[in-house]
Each structure stands twice: as structure tokens, then as C-alpha cells.
Design a protein around this ligand. Structure first.
Ligand code: HEM
Length: 512
């Protein structure tokens, strides 16, 4: 870029900040505490770009407040570090705190504005959320449990055959479950084109939601700049990403509609919803709602749950005593057979282990930001309309008072006399978000995580990998920074627990 381009962008930034600050409504009440703000630029240089959850937790400590404010270029950010604040604002005042901040690159230029998780709090969102919960109702596990079991039964022999590929094997299985629940499409054993498409789509979203990646998110007017203007590489990038988004939304949906026409469609969310379309209402609108909701299931179900599954492997190599205790319970309760969904209620240690996975390395460490619809006052602080409110889930899940010795992986913290202790805070109340935007797929995620933990630990031992020098690789697995935080690629040793376990895996897979 030429110096003059930089100067033009800087001038536009300062002008936007000036307009936002000068004409934005302010109250005589103070904003929550936070670092000192520079004129116009505010806290631009204080906004963390890496592992934000740690930086926010430190700021709260520094200002001795569970709620802090950062402002940059006229935008307001409020960070909530305590569970009580999140409940007060996101649940008790949910009518005002259920919006989503809009990011031009993701929603408009890449075209993801149809995704429920991205939509503003309005009628279109309500239609999609209602459609989702009507089919995937927590009281109706029948719509997902058989699919989850089928994919996991087929996953186990692959782990037996190529244990070193456990990261991609689990990715394929979890992607397959989401694709199947949403569309009922057949999935190839490896390299399935729809699963590859989902991977590309998620990679493009991760890129677009990386903090401070695109200037157009701060200056939405830049969206009108043509792609040939120097410095407008984001337009070229958006074009490529938009194509992936369009294919992701349309291709599996259209394949399902074609299968329905030939009578070869398998039961799924789309098949059920399309079969129940109301002929007296606008057909195009109803198809859009179904198509968007299916896309959200496919999108929301895969990477998030996978991150939890990969964390299970990390925990098992770091805390081997936990694995032994889980195996003791699984052997005792299942008596040599693979787990079914209905067994989960009899496996309290496994349930506690899943809670600890969700807490120890939360998939969304800073949740998904909520937006404020009207000016508000909280704890005598002013909360301006349009504020982006971030619940620091990591800080809440690593809070010493609720979870003593938080960096240790201890399923026992949820148990009393061998049963789940209702007095201990359930990490799911934090890790899946809050209020009207709470994750509607949380019961599906917990079910699949529990089934993976039970099936894998019943049949395999997971331990540290052995390096080329024959010595154990001493791990310190790193977690990626981003809206979804997952472990960077790592190795471990996965071996069947016995000959009987191998036979069990093979015979169970034969029935599919
Ligand atoms: C371990 C796995 C998962 C975690 C940790 C997780 C977590 C979250 C969180 C933190 C949010 C934002 C809540 C908020 O705004 O306060 C969310 C939203 C959402 N999740 Fe999940 N999720 C998981 C799995 C799933 C699954 C399996 C599905 C679907 C089958 C799903 C579908 C959604 C949808 C549709 C939204 C958007 C809700 C809205 O904006 O109204 N998630 N999830």
C-alpha cells in the first residue's frame, strides 16, 4: 500500500471515531473502570489481539472490578468476568442484551448473515431459533442419539487402524454427525466433499473473526471500495470466502431436496421440516428458514464439539489417573459392552469428566459477544446502546472460589459419594453462553462428548506419544487463540486396552 493510502485510512478512522464520540449519546454516569483512553482512539492499543481471556482477566484484577470497559474508535466494549454479572445482564435483562454485534466482513461481504449465531435479535432470528428447537428439543434425544452412536461405532475401528490420525478421524466423525443430523446425506468414509467444504467454511470464518483482521469491520463504509483499489485486498478475499459460504449453504440442502424427490432421503432435520411445510404460507420464506437452520446445525455442531473431543485426548495424556478412574467405572457398569445413550445416566464419573472438559479448556473462552439494544445503567455505570458485551467464560470457569485449583483436571470436584453433587456449579451454565442466545445445541454436544469419552476410554488407552529417540514426549499442548479455541495439532499414543476390546470394536462396527 502507498503512504497516501495509509494516510487516507488513518484520516477515515479518526473521522469515524470523531463522529461516534462527538455525536454518540453519553450519560453523566461513569462507564465501568478500565485503562485510560487516548483522545479519539480510546483504548485502541489496549485491545488484546491474542488469548483475550487472559488479558481481560488481568485487566479486571488490575482495576479490581469484575466489569471493565474498553473503548476504541467510538466503539464500546464491556467485559464481564463474573458469573453473577453475566446472569444479571444476559438473563435477567435479556430483552436488552440479546443482540449480536454485526461485523461487515463476516455478515455482509462473506454473506454469513443467514447464520442464527450471527443474526441480530429480530424476527428472522426468532424464526430460525424456533425451527431449530422444535426439532432438536432437549426432551427428544431420539432425533440424534442413533446417529451419534452409528458414527462413533464406525469411528472406533478407524482409530484401531490408524491411531496416529486420531485428530482427522474424530474430525470426520463429528462432521459426519452434524451433516447427517441436518441433511441425512451419506458420508464417505474419508475425504467426504461436504465435510471438506465445512472445514473450508470454518477456516474462512476463523480468519474473518480474528481480532482486528479487517479494517472494514471498524469502518463499514469501506465495503463500497472496489476490489481493484490498492489496499482493498479484503474485497478479493471476501469474494473467495463468499463462494465457499454459498456452496456450504446451498449444496447439501439441494442434494437433500433431490433425494426427497427420488424417495431416497434419510430421516433428518431438513426432511422433517420440509415435509411439514405449510402450503398456505409463503413457501420461499419457509424454505429459507429451513435451509438457514440446517446450515447452522452443520456449522455449529462440528468444530465446537470437536474442540472438546480433542481436549479429552489432551487431558488423558496429562492426567492419566483420571483415565484409570473412568475405565474402572466403564468396566463395572458396562460389563464389556459398548455404551448406549441410555447408559450415560449410570456413569457419573464420565458425566463429571465431560463437565471438566467443558470447564478446563472452554471452546469459546470469551463466549460469543452480545449487543446492547438500548442505553442502560448497571451497578451505577452507564452502558451505552450498541455496546459489545463479552462474557469472559474462561475467567468464570477458572475462578478459584467455584473451582478450586482451576488449572488441574479434576472430575472429582463435581462428585459427592460417587454421585454428581448439585451444589457444585455446572460449567455448562457458563460454557454454552447465556440468556436468549444460549447455545441451543448444548444437549446434543454433551451427549456426543459423553458417548465419545465412554466409547474411547472403554476400548483404548491414551498415553503420551513416544518420540524418535524412544523417549516419551513431554507435552504442553498449546491452544489456539480465536473465538473458538482448540488445541494445536499434537500427538499421543492410542492402543486398544485388550484383545477383547479389539473384538468388541470390530463386531459392533459390522452391524452398520
Ligand atoms: C462443546 C460444544 C459446544 C459449545 C461449547 C457451544 C457453545 C456455544 C456458545 C458459547 C454460544 C453462544 C451463546 C451466547 O451467545 O451466549 C453458542 C451458540 C450457538 N450454538 Fe453452540 N456450542 C457447542 C455445540 C453446538 C452444537 C452441537 C450445535 C448444534 C447442533 C450448536 C448450535 C449453536 C447455535 C445455533 C448457536 C447460536 C444461538 C443464537 O445465536 O441464538 N452448538 N454455542
Amino acid at each position: 500500500m502507498l503512504t497516501s493510502d495509509y494516510l487516507a485510512i488513518l484520516a477515515a478512522l479518526v473521522l469515524t471515531a470523531f463522529i461516534r464520540v462527538r455525536f454518540g449519546k453519553r450519560s453523566i454516569l461513569p462507564l465501568p473502570p478500565g485503562p485510560r483512553k487516548l483522545p479519539l482512539l480510546g483504548n485502541l492499543f489496549d485491545l488484546p489481539t491474542d488469548h483475550q481471556w487472559l488479558a481481560y482477566a488481568k485487566l479486571c484484577e488490575k482495576y479490581n472490578s469484575s466489569i471493565i470497559h474498553l473503548g476504541a474508535l467510538g466503539l464500546d466494549f464491556i467485559i464481564l468476568n463474573s458469573f453473577d454479572d453475566a446472569i444479571e445482564l444476559f438473563e435477567k435483562r435479556s430483552h436488552n442484551y440479546s443482540d449480536r454485534p454485526q461485523f461487515t466482513m463476516l455478515s455482509e461481504l462473506m454473506g454469513w448473515k443467514w447464520a442464527m449465531s450471527v443474526m441480530p435479535y429480530a424476527e428472522a432470528w426468532r424464526d430460525r431459533r424456533r425451527t431449530f428447537t422444535k426439532y432438536f428439543h432437549p426432551g427428544n434425544p431420539d432425533v440424534y442419539k442413533a446417529t451419534q452412536i452409528e458414527f462413533l461405532r464406525k469411528m472406533l475401528p478407524q482409530l484401531l487402524k490408524e491411531p496416529e490420525n486420531f485428530l482427522s478421524i474424530t474430525r470426520h466423525a463429528v462432521g459426519g454427525i452434524s451433516l447427517s443430523l441436518a441433511y441425512g446425506l451419506d458420508i464417505k468414509e474419508t475425504d467426504d466433499p461436504n465435510i471438506e467444504l465445512a472445514e473450508k467454511a470454518i477456516a474462512s470464518i476463523v480468519k474473518a473473526t480474528g481480532s482486528g483482521t479487517y479494517l472494514v469491520d471498524i469502518l463499514p463504509i469501506l465495503r463500497y471500495i472496489p476490489s481493484w483499489i490498492p489496499g482493498a485486498t479484503f474485497q478479493k478475499q471476501a469474494k473467495v470466502f463468499r463462494k465457499i459460504q454459498e456452496e456450504f449453504l446451498c449444496s447439501p440442502y439441494e442434494a437433500t431436496i433431490r433425494n426427497m424427490a427420488t424417495g431416497s432421503a434419510r430421516p433428518s432435520f431438513v426432511v422433517d421440516a420440509v415435509s411439514n411445510i405449510d402450503e398456505n404460507r409463503n413457501l420461499e420464506d419457509q424454505h429459507s428458514v429451513i435451509k438457514d437452520t440446517a446450515g447452522t446445525v452443520f456449522l455449529g455442531g462440528a468444530d465446537t464439539t470437536l474442540s472438546g473431543i480433542h481436549s479429552m485426548f489432551v487431558a488423558m495424556i496429562s492426567f492419566p489417573e483420571v483415565q484409570l478412574k473412568a475405565q474402572e467405572e466403564l468396566d463395572r457398569v458396562l460389563q464389556g459392552r459398548l455404551p448406549e445413550y441410555d447408559d450415560l445416566k449410570d456413569l457419573p464419573y464420565v458425566a463429571a469428566l465431560v463437565k471438566e472438559i467443558i470447564r478446563w479448556q472452554p471452546t469459546f473462552p470469551i463466549g460469543v459477544p452480545h449487543g446492547v439494544m438500548e442505553d442502560d445503567v448497571y451497578k451505577d455505570y452507564f452502558v451505552p446502546k450498541g455496546t459489545i458485551v463479552i462474557a469472559n467464560a474462561w475467567a468464570m470457569l477458572h475462578n478459584e472460589a467455584d473451582f478450586p485449583d482451576p488449572s488441574s483436571f479434576k472430575p472429582e470436584r463435581y462428585l459427592k459419594n460417587g454421585q454428581l453433587d448439585p451444589k457444585v456449579r455446572d460449567p455448562a451454565l457458563i460454557a454454552f453462553g447465556f440468556g436468549r442466545r444460549i447455545c441451543p445445541g448444548n444437549h446434543i454436544a454433551i451427549s456426543v462428548l459423553s458417548l465419545v469419552v465412554a466409547s474411547v476410554l472403554l476400548t483404548f488407552n491414551i498415553s503420551k506419544a513416544i518420540g524418535k529417540d524412544g523417549k516419551l514426549i513431554e507435552h504442553s499442548v498449546k491452544y489456539r487463540s480465536g473465538i473458538v479455541s482448540n488445541p494445536e495439532p499434537f500427538k499421543c499414543t492410542i492402543k486398544p486396552r485388550s484383545k477383547a476390546a479389539e473384538d468388541l470394536i470390530r463386531s459392533a462396527a459390522d452391524s452398520y
